[in-house]
Design a protein around this ligand. Sequence first.
Ligand code: ADE
Length: 216
Amino acid sequence: MQPRIIQSISLFPEIFEATLGVSMMWKAQNKQLIQFQHHNLREFGIGPRKQVDDTPYGGGDGMLLKPEPLFAAIEAAKRIDPDALVILPTPRGERWRQKAAMSMADDTHGLIFVCARYEGYDERVTTLIDRQVSIGDFVLTGGELPALMIIDSVVRLIPGVLGGATSAEIESFSDGDNLEFPQYTRPAEFRGMEVPEVLLSGNHAAIEAWRAEQAG
Ligand code: ADE
């Protein structure tokens, strides 16, 4: 099976390389489940100074990413993977949720993340975007961290990435938006704090009920 290709377009590809080069994301690559490819938007810049941004029409503070480098970079990524889904992290996008991560993990399309910086981007780039996604009701300085959060949430659900668990198993565990319950390991008592009695009981039905209640 060909690894699924996840590409990023950013002025700071090193943010991706650092984060995806360790732990489970690195393992996903090492197991050939995923192939990451990071493009530096600067390489698609215009002229000898590789210009990527410009002042907004109509005035206003700050600079916008120009359309030409963004189009060229997205087209280059599409040549690598023509069927890939193009995703733009933006505070204006649909809210990212566990359920969306699950369906993206089940899907087999490659992904291309377009990461804006500075004060924004020329709106015409949205004609190449399949999906706009927000990770929360706050504004960051760039799309790199949101893209990484989305990537991590999807890749961990791809069968084989987390020690043998299938995405269905993980799904039944986390049940959509219903997230984790508290967990404990040895010792049973630490600095006066005791592990909940039910977890030591060996009563699996009671443990399941307690976990369901705690997961809320
Ligand atoms: N870029 C800047 N802020 C963002 C957010 N909250 N979600 C997605 N992309 C963003």
